[in-house]
Design a protein around this ligand. Structure first.
Ligand code: 4AD
Ligand code: MG
Length: 437
């Protein structure tokens, strides 16, 4: 629409005739005249309608799509959600009439319904200003990540989703019938990003990951995205952690810069970053947890959800002014076959998780880069090296010492915005039950 003005620009056009277009967000019919609140992608504006225009709206419902030609005037009554100007309508055109009442009201501050109903009606509930704001923040995280990685000179890669071998081990993968052969949906881009270190040295990308999770939780999806990263010629795991921290700082700074109004609307203050993210070994982390809470999980091979929460929302903020904490040296038995083992102690790996304001948001580490060692590690994990011929080709034909990480897009969005369920941070979530819309 060539002649269209956006709501946000209207204050600059006081006194002028403009064309605005959008959805009928609210309507107040006072008989002789009325007020329509029109919503476009930049905001809300009040439009003053005369009785003829009100007549045009008879039988039509909220969300009707309108095009209005009118004059921008100073606003009389203050609606706190709208701009300081309003439009005195001259001509109103119905671009798309809506005759059905919305299944769930979307024009209040919050959508007042159970999460499942909100998700069932995602097509319209996402139009609610707060719901929509979540995914503007998510988009800004992606802008920040890409900007950071490009500045390092790394190459963006688009990874396949259909594959012949699993990368993360376990039984959590979806099988697909592929012309009579068995294929699977990738659990992450792990094997592919590693192969690309042999080509570009440093690669990144946003992948699709699939996990056939057995239970529905507030932190797990069956389909999600990862910010993937992999780089060669590293001196150790610390190099990878430095990239993780720097990229995350830039992502959050981008959100601060691009999403001021969204953060205000969502009433969110981003988690504190501190001078630097603290870094502790898993064993130390479990010891701190025991000392801080009296709960003894020091014999466990991993952090429980409660321990992750305590470490990142209590311990790290208090000791380091940070909502983020690196936990390192996870047991060899718990990490996938590609993870480098600590030469000092074969029971532990040179791997890390970044716990970010509530739960794990990143897993990463140094990888096995020598051929013989990788073959031995596959066998030790009960896997057949013959099934990994393509993957092993990179080891066979030379890759440098390397490592990387994967950061969950929806998990990060959930944690920085303090959302109770990861599905609120997923535009069209899939879980054990849900496959629509
Ligand atoms: O910890 P994960 O499984 O690690 C990998 O996939 C490795 N390839 C990463 C690497 O480079 N070593 O997944 C990485 C991140 C998690 O930290 C979490 O944020 C997110 O992906 N994630 C999930 N998000 C939503 N639903 C699920 N089921 C998730 N599983 C992992
Ligand atoms: Mg992990």
């Amino acid at each position: 629409m060539k002649e269209r003005f956006f709501v946000r620009e209207l204050p600059e056009h006081l006194g002028q005739e403009v064309v605005v277009a959008g959805w009928l967000h609210r309507l107040r019919d006072l008989n002789k005249f009325g007020f329509a609140i029109l919503r476009d992608r930049t905001g809300l504006v009040q439009v003053v309608l005369d009785s003829t225009q009100l007549e045009q709206l008879k039988g039509l419902q909220l969300e009707t799509v309108l095009k209005i030609t009118g004059t921008v005037v100073k606003k009389q009554s203050k609606d706190p959600q709208a701009e300081e100007v309003e439009v005195q309508a001259k001509i109103m055109e119905v671009l798309s009439p809506v005759t059905d009442v919305l299944p769930i009201e979307i024009n209040k501050d919050d959508v007042e319904a159970q999460l499942d109903s909100i998700l069932d009606h995602r097509v319209t509930t996402l139009r609610n200003l707060k719901q929509r704001a979540i995914f503007r923040v998510q988009a800004a995280l992606v802008h920040g990540y890409r900007a950071y990685m490009e500045r390092q000179g790394f190459t963006e890669i688009f990874f396949p989703v259909l594959a012949g071998a699993a990368s993360e081990g376990g039984a959590e993968f979806f099988k697909v019938d592929y012309y009579g052969r068995e294929a699977m949906l990738t659990q992450s881009a792990q094997l592919y990003k590693q192969m690309m270190v042999g080509v570009y040295e440093g690669v990144y990308g946003l992948s699709y990951s699939f996990r056939a999770e057995k239970f529905a939780t507030s932190r797990h999806l069956t389909e999600f995205n990862q910010f993937e990263f992999e780089v060669g010629f590293v001196d150790g795991m610390e190099d990878i952690m430095a990239y993780a921290e720097a990229s995350l700082r830039e992502m959050l700074a981008t959100v601060e810069r691009e999403n001021t109004s969204e953060l205000k609307l969502l009433n969110v203050t981003l988690p504190p970053l501190g001078e630097h993210f603290p870094c502790v070994r898993l064993k130390e982390a479990l010891q701190f947890y025991k000392e801080g809470t009296g709960i003894d999980e020091t014999k466990e091979p991993d952090l429980s959800p409660a321990a992750e929460k305590w470490l990142s929302t209590v311990w790290a903020p208090h000791t380091h002014g940070s909502g983020f904490v690196f936990v390192t040296h996870y047991p060899t038995s718990k990490r996938p076959f590609y993870t480098a083992v600590d030469p000092q102690n074969s029971e532990e790996t040179l791997s890390f998780d970044l716990i970010g304001f509530g739960s794990e948001i990143i897993s990463g580490g140094l990888r096995v880069h020598r051929y013989d060692e990788q073959v031995a590690r596959l066998k030790a994990k009960g896997l057949n090296p013959a099934d990994f011929e393509d993957y092993l080709a990179m080891h066979k034909y030379g890759i440098p010492p390397e490592g990387g990480f994967g950061m969950g897009l929806q998990r990060l969005t959930q944690n920085i915005l303090g959302l109770a369920n990861i599905k609120e941070a997923t535009i069209f979530p899939r879980d054990v039950q849900r496959l629509r819309p």
